[in-house]
Design a protein around this ligand. Structure first.
Ligand code: SF4
Length: 240
């Protein structure tokens, strides 16, 4: 079985706990205008690898997984290659290697993977259905179902909220994010605001794709207000 990725490398404490080997899997069903990895959006491209060869590579890297580290699959969107991802997670689980995924929550069978994931990072990009579809190109419903189930069932969830001025950071939108998450049954859920940055901009331009975000930065004062709004709804906020 093959798996396609466009980037891999070690990262400390950025894509899950400890030192991690991070695979960016190819392809994404969304089209967020601020995406930092536009080279990973198309289903083709990147490098095609045998999953067992990837697992051998992970096994040889075990001494590097210090401070609770392990393997993270991100993207693009890792669940687009569902079978290969499930196979890899199952094998890593059996090897006792810590697993994490970072997902946009679009796969309708995401919860099948919960028992194989130690650290689940799931995005929540827009709380309003019409805006969600307009901005990401994908309907909110499946994402919301996955968020709800993840919060209720998974033992360790970090909800990533990428916040971009002009797209999802107005007081009304922040209030809706907070109210929706606060209404879910929650086991062990953290909210991590991801403040807009421009790391992807040059890549979009290099790929001759129009980069449409303008003035996306969130001022520091507004960041504090947003954190406070989440906390006021009883949410655990990770400071970034
Ligand atoms: S979900 Fe992630 S990878 Fe996909 S377009 Fe949005 S930011 Fe990029």
């Amino acid at each position: 079985m093959n798996i396609r990725y466009f980037q891999k490398g070690f990262n400390f404490s950025q894509d899950g706990p400890g030192n991690r080997l991070v695979y960016h899997l190819q392809g994404c069903a969304m089209r967020c205008p601020w995406c930092a990895n536009p080279e990973g959006l198309a289903p083709e491209g990147g490098k095609l690898a045998d999953v067992n060869a990837l697992l051998d590579e992970v096994d040889r890297s075990r001494s590097m997984f210090f401070d609770g580290g392990g393997v993270t699959f991100t993207g693009g969107e890792p669940t687009l290659q569902f079978e290969a991802l499930q196979y890899a997670l199952q094998a890593l689980h059996e090897l006792g290697i810590n697993t994490a995924i970072e997902t946009n929550g679009t796969h309708s069978h995401l919860s099948d993977l919960f028992p194989l994931i130690d650290h689940l990072m799931i995005d929540y990009k827009q709380p309003f259905p019409r805006e969600h579809r307009e901005i990401t190109g994908f309907p909110l419903e499946t994402v919301l179902n996955n968020l709800r189930r993840a919060c209720a069932e998974h033992p360790h969830v970090v909800v990533h909220i990428p916040l971009v001025n002009g797209y999802n950071a107005s007081p009304e939108t922040i209030d809706a994010f907070a109210k929706t998450l606060a209404s879910f049954p929650r086991r062990n859920v953290y909210v991590e605001p991801l403040w807009y940055h421009e790391y992807g901009k040059e890549k979009w331009e290099r790929l001759h794709m129009p980069y449409t975000v303008k003035n996306g930065f969130i001022p520091d004062k507004r960041k504090r207000e947003i954190r406070d709004a989440f906390k006021a709804h009883g949410l655990n906020v990770i400071r970034t």
